[in-house]
Design a protein around this ligand. Structure first.
Ligand code: GDP
Length: 459
């Protein structure tokens, strides 16, 4: 699939924009650039050009760049047009490009897929690139940029090379099966390498922490009976209207989520429907979903007003009790902010409970904003602790974890006492395949489509 067709796409944002970048990759990129701008600029140098269509009609006054393959992002010949980002300008350029034979618009992720297939990056690096483009918070960006830089890929390549080397020694030993001494001499260092490799991979797996969650965020569920102010709180947190706030119980029937950036960490806050018994089937479904979502949360804020009795959420996550509407304590109906000191109840409880996971309690007014600073700071601290191990981890996806687990298991099996050399070699071969799949080098057709289709067009 690489090589024949020349592809193009708008690689910058949705028009209109001040400047737009249209990228072309493939064998005809040079022809196109020459035809539209009159000549080929020197490679890797921005040059101001007049862009004209086939009828010599001026399309735009812009900048063009030329990257001769393989020294380009995709490994193929690449041309870039930086033009004014108006819709009609883009439409005219697209028309002019499409008029050439063998030139077509790119599919999502097709540039990166070509880069991958030309060996410009491995699959873990391509995934890092995808994560970098979708990174919303600092922690996500840091993780993605490390992965794009080959942090996991370089390790996996080294492991794979060592496994292949060990397998070669063991296979050489098979030829000397009749001469036990020679076989033993060949196998001993190989088995030592394998044992060390196994431990290294096991360590990486153990250090994975919460790294997979960095991609989609730590989940905080806001739960509690109807009308206690859950929607009001989530709106406050999101600083925009995401949930319908209503004085009538049971308005928030569905689960509403907002993505927050708390101190650089991605946090998904979920507003659950009022968890309560109901005969209304629609409401029952809302209640069922709310319970399920709260149960998979990493932290539950259990909201109540007045006296707070036992919590109704069976979650493995810590539950923080949050008493809302403290502004009402100062007497009804005066309208203005009530100047109640926020009791340091939270701090006191945290002290008595010790570790995170205890029932910290907070007193807030979601409506007036009292006590929210303390609550948000505590969630931020919790997120920092939660992600602490994940930040330095090499693994960011379930795909990585599964393949490394497979590789570690095969290495472990290859070390079994008295395993015939042929079987040791076979286990090593399989471990090598698992790492090859991680890097996207072997047997990955099934995952490639899925990974690249999620990329943006033009990437
Ligand atoms: P939910 O059913 O738990 O989502 O509750 P809502 O957020 O819809 O709030 C129910 C009602 O309580 C609304 O009229 C809110 O304006 C009101 N409310 C929410 N938080 C506060 C608060 O801190 N103080 C006061 N006085 N009213 C609040």
């Amino acid at each position: 699939m690489v090589g024949d067709e020349t592809i193009f796409a708008l690689s910058s944002g949705r028009p209109p924009t001040a400047i737009a970048m249209v990228r072309v990759s493939g064998p005809r990129a040079g022809d196109l650039l020459t035809a539209l701008t009159g000549s080929l600029p020197p490679p890797r140098t921005a040059r101001r050009v007049l862009i004209r269509d086939q009828n010599q009609e001026l399309i735009d006054d812009g900048v063009a760049l030329w990257f001769a393959g393989p020294a380009s992002a995709t490994g193929e010949d690449v041309a870039e047009f930086h033009i004014h980002g108006g819709r009609a300008v883009l439409a005219a350029l697209v028309r002019a490009l499409s008029a050439f034979d063998g030139v077509r618009p790119a599919e999502p992720g097709e540039f990166t897929r070509r880069a991958f297939e030309n060996g410009k990056l491995d699959l873990t690096e391509a995934e890092g690139l995808d994560d970098l483009i979708h990174a919303d918070t600092e922690a996500q960006r840091r993780q993605a940029v490390r992965q794009l830089g080959g942090l996991l890929g370089d390790r996996a390549r080294r492991w794979r090379a060592q496994i292949i080397e060990a397998a070669a020694l063991i296979e050489a030993g098979i030829d000397f099966a009749d001469e036990g001494d020679v076989q033993g001499e060949l196998m001993a260092p190989a088995l030592q390498t394998i044992a060390a490799l196994h431990d290294e991979i096991a360590e990486v797996l153990a250090a994975q922490g919460r790294s997979e969650r960095l991609r989609d965020g730590m989940v905080v569920a806001i739960a509690g009976p109807p009308n206690v102010g859950k929607s009001t709180l989530i709106n406050r947190l999101a600083r925009r209207e995401v949930a319908i706030v209503s004085p009538h119980a049971g308005t928030t029937r569905d689960v509403i989520e907002v993505q927050l950036d708390l101190g650089g960490y991605p946090v998904t806050v979920i507003d659950t429907a009022g968890i309560r018994e109901s005969n209304d089937p629609v409401e029952q479904e809302g209640v069922r979903r709310a319970r399920a979502r709260a149960a998979e949360a990493d932290l539950v804020l259990w909201l109540g007003e007045g006296e707070m009795t036992g919590d109704a959420v069976a979650a493995s996550a810590p539950v923080w009790r949050v008493r809302n509407k403290i502004d009402l304590r100062g007497g009804e109906g005066d309208g203005g902010p009530v100047d109640l000191p926020v009791e340091p109840l939270a701090a006191a409880l945290r002290q008595t409970d010790g570790a995170w996971g205890g029932n910290a309690a907070f007193e807030i007014s979601a409506l007036r904003g009292q006590g929210l600073g303390e609550l948000i700071a505590a969630i931020e601290d919790f997120a920092a602790q939660y992600f602490a191990s994940g930040e330095t981890a090499l693994i960011s996806r379930a795909r990585h974890r599964t393949l490394l687990q497979d590789a570690a298991a095969m290495l472990q099996r290859s070390l079994q006492h008295d395993l015939p050399a042929e079987l040791v070699a076979e286990e090593l071969r399989l471990a090598g395949v698992a790492l090859g799949r991680l890097l996207g080098r072997v047997d990955v057709e099934d995952v490639l489509g899925e990974i690249f289709s999620r990329f943006c067009i033009g990437k």
